[in-house]
Ligand binder design. Structure first.
Ligand SMILES: [Zn+2]
Ligand SMILES: [Zn+2]
Length: 568
C-alpha cells in the first residue's frame, strides 16, 4: 500500500459543464489541479462513466433514462423534467449522462481502491455532488457520487460516517441513506432559512431504527471560522466515536468561505484546512484510515477553491502546510483570474483571521446563535456518557487510540455488582455494544477515568466480562445517570432493571437523581425502532421510581420524543 492518497482527475472531469454562464465551472480544474501538481500531487485515477447498474445503487431507472434522453436528443425542445431544464440550476447539455456518470465512476473506483486496501485515502476534487436525489437532479448535481460511494461500501457491510462541510445542506446524501442505520450523515451548513436547498434543520434526526443517523448543524449567515470550526471539532470526533464507522466519506465544498459569491458564511481556508486535518485524524482513529474526500461547491474559482483542494490533499498526504503559495502558480493564473474578476490572488494557503474582515456586532450575534444551535444538537445527538466524559476530562475523542481486540462474549449467568471500584474494573473486560463509545476498549478506559474522578459504577459480570453497565456521577445538586446498557446476548431478561435498581440503592436516598434519554441513547450496531427504544427507557425509569416528562427546549426542539426523568 502506498502512503500517498489517490487523486481522482482526468479529461472527463472537464466534461461536467453546464455552460459558460453557470457557476459550477470546469475552469476551476485549471488553477485547482495546477496548484495540487505544484505541491507534488499527481492524479492517479481518470474517471470513466459508472455503469447503469452502479447508478441504480442510489438512483431510479426512470431517472437515469430521463438524463440519457436530455443527454442524447435535441434537449432545446424538451420540457423540463426531473429537475433538468433550460434556464434552471441544472440545464441540459449534450453528454450530460456520461459526464455525470463519470463523476460517479470516479468516486466509485476511488472507494473500491480504499476497500481493496490499495490506498488508505483518496481525494476526488470533482466529486461531492451531494444534492442529487434518487429521481431528480438538484443544485448542479446530476448523479450523487458521495451517496453512490457510500452505497458501494455498504454492499461490503462497512459502516459509513459521511461528513459534509459544504455551505449547502447535504440533502441528497442524507435522503438516499436516511433509512439505513449503518450510515450516519452529518452536515454543517448555512441555515436553510436563508440558503438553498432550504432543508437541514436541527429536527431532521432520522426515523425508526435509523433515528440518530442524521445530524444537521444549520449556521446563521455571517457565522465565521470560530463557531464553524468549533462545531466541527466538537461533533465529528464525538459522533465518530459513538457510531464506530469503518469508512469516512467527507465533502469539502469551498463555498462556506467569506469570499464565496453564492452564500453568506465567513469561513476561512485556515478553518477548512483544520477541518480536513481533523477528519483525516478521525479516519485513522475510528475507521482504520479508510477515507474518501471529495470536493463540492465553491465559486471563488481562483481565490478559494485551489487553496481548499490543496489543504485537503496536504492533510491526506500527511504533509505540513507550506507558508506561501508558489510564486510560479500565481504568475500562471493571475491574468485569467483578473479576466474573471479576481483582481489579486492570495499569497498564502491560510487566511488572515476572519478572512481579514474586522469584527462586527452582527457577526458576533450570528456566531453566538450558531454556537447555541451546535450546543443543542450536541446535547441531543451525542450519548450522555460521552458528553460527560469530554466535559469532565475523562476522555479525549480526538486522541490516537490503541489497536482494538475483540472480546469473546461469555454465556454464564451474570452477577450484578452494585459498586465496582477502580481495581475491580481494571480486572474486567467490556464486551461490545453495552454502551458508548462504539469501541469497548475506549469505553473501558473512559470508565476507569470516571471511577478515579468519583463516578459510581454498577455492573453485570459474566466470566470476568462486563456485559452490563450503569454509571452515574454527582455534583452539588444531585446525581446524573450517564449510561445504562446491556450486551445483546443478555437483553430481554430484566437485567437492565436489576442493574438500575442495584445502582440506585447505592445512592443516598436524600440525593436527587436525574436522567435524560435522547435519540442518541441506542445500540448503534443493532438499533431498535425509535418508539420501542423510548418505551423501554420510560418503563425502566418509571419502574425505578422516576417521574418522567418530555425534555424541555433546546433538546425538545431537536428531538420531540426525548425525555427527562427525576427521582427524589
Ligand atoms: Zn455548496
Ligand atoms: Zn493518513
Amino acid at each position: 500500500m502506498t502512503d500517498q492518497p489517490l487523486v481522482v482527475f482526468g479529461p472527463r472531469s472537464l466534461d461536467y459543464d453546464f455552460g459558460p454562464a453557470h457557476p459550477l465551472t470546469p475552469r476551476r480544474f485549471g488553477p485547482g489541479i495546477d496548484l495540487l501538481r505544484a505541491l507534488g500531487a499527481e492524479p492517479g485515477l481518470a474517471p470513466e462513466p459508472a455503469s447503469d447498474d452502479e447508478l441504480l445503487l442510489s438512483h431510479t431507472r426512470a431517472y437515469v433514462e430521463v438524463v440519457r434522453r436530455f443527454s442524447e436528443f435535441d434537449h432545446g425542445s424538451m420540457e423540463p423534467e426531473a429537475g433538468i431544464g433550460l434556464g434552471g440550476d441544472n440545464p441540459p447539455f449534450h453528454g450530460m449522462h456520461e459526464a455525470g456518470a463519470a463523476v460517479a465512476g470516479g468516486s466509485l473506483r476511488a472507494v473500491e481502491a480504499i476497500l481493496r486496501g490499495d490506498v488508505e485515502h483518496a481525494f476526488h476534487p470533482g466529486g461531492g455532488l451531494h444534492h442529487a436525489m434518487p429521481a431528480r437532479a438538484s443544485g448542479f448535481c446530476i448523479y450523487d457520487d458521495p451517496a453512490l460511494a457510500i452505497a458501494r461500501a455498504r454492499r461490503e457491510g462497512l459502516r459509513v460516517l459521511y461528513a459534509d462541510l459544504d455551505v449547502h445542506h447535504g440533502d441528497g446524501v442524507e435522503a438516499i441513506h436516511a433509512a439505513d442505520p449503518g450510515v450516519l450523515t452529518l452536515s454543517f451548513h448555512e441555515s436553510g432559512r436563508y440558503l438553498f436547498p432550504g432543508t437541514g434543520f436541527v429536527d431532521e434526526i432520522g426515523e425508526g431504527a435509523a433515528s440518530a443517523t442524521i445530524v444537521n448543524v444549520p449556521l446563521e449567515p455571517d457565522t465565521g471560522e470560530t463557531a464553524w470550526l468549533e462545531a466541527v471539532r466538537r461533533l465529528v470526533p464525538e459522533l465518530a466515536a459513538s457510531f464506530g464507522p469503518d469508512l469516512i466519506v467527507s465533502q469539502h465544498g469551498a463555498d462556506s468561505h467569506a469570499w464565496d459569491p453564492l452564500a453568506h458564511l465567513r469561513n476561512t481556508t485556515t478553518a477548512m484546512g483544520e477541518a480536513a486535518r481533523l477528519v483525516h485524524a478521525i479516519a485513522h482513529r475510528e475507521a482504520g484510515g479508510r477515507w474518501l474526500a471529495t470536493g463540492g461547491g465553491g465559486y471563488g474559482v481562483y481565490s478559494v477553491v485551489p487553496r481548499t483542494w490543496s489543504l485537503v490533499w496536504l492533510a491526506s498526504a500527511h504533509r505540513e502546510i507550506p507558508d506561501r503559495l508558489p510564486a510560479a502558480w500565481r504568475d500562471r493564473w493571475a491574468d485569467e483570474a483578473a479576466r474573471y474578476g479576481t483582481a489579486a490572488l492570495p499569497s498564502s494557503f491560510v487566511d488572515p483571521p476572519n478572512a481579514g474582515d474586522p469584527a462586527s456586532r452582527s457577526q458576533d450575534a450570528a456566531e453566538r446563535q450558531s454556537q447555541a444551535t451546535a450546543a443543542a444538537v450536541r446535547e441531543t445527538v451525542v450519548p450522555r456518557l460521552l458528553r460527560a466524559a469530554v466535559d469532565r476530562g475523562w476522555w479525549d475523542p480526538a486522541a490516537p487510540r490503541d489497536a482494538t481486540s475483540t472480546t469473546p462474549v461469555p454465556s454464564a449467568t451474570p452477577t450484578v455488582v452494585a459498586t465496582v471500584d477502580a481495581a475491580a474494573w481494571d480486572g474486567l473486560r467490556l464486551v461490545p455494544q453495552v454502551m458508548a463509545p462504539a469501541d469497548p476498549l475506549a469505553g473501558h478506559r473512559l470508565i476507569a477515568a470516571a471511577l478515579r474522578d468519583g463516578a459510581t459504577v454498577s455492573a453485570a459480570v459474566s466470566d470476568s466480562e462486563l456485559v452490563g453497565v450503569c454509571v452515574s456521577a454527582g455534583d452539588a445538586s444531585g446525581n446524573e445517570l450517564l449510561a445504562l446498557g446491556v450486551a445483546p446476548a443478555f437483553r430481554r431478561q430484566g437485567l437492565a432493571g436489576r442493574l438500575l435498581a442495584a445502582h440506585l440503592a447505592t445512592v443516598e436516598p436524600s440525593r436527587q437523581i436525574r436522567a435524560s434519554v435522547t435519540v442518541a441513547e441506542r445500540d448503534v450496531v443493532e438499533p431498535l425502532d425509535r418508539s420501542l427504544r423510548m418505551d423501554i427507557a420510560r418503563r425502566l425509569l418509571v419502574g425505578a421510581g422516576f417521574a418522567v416528562e418530555r425534555a424541555p427546549d433546546p433538546i425538545g426542539r431537536v428531538d420531540p420524543l426525548a425525555i427527562v426523568a427525576t427521582r427524589g
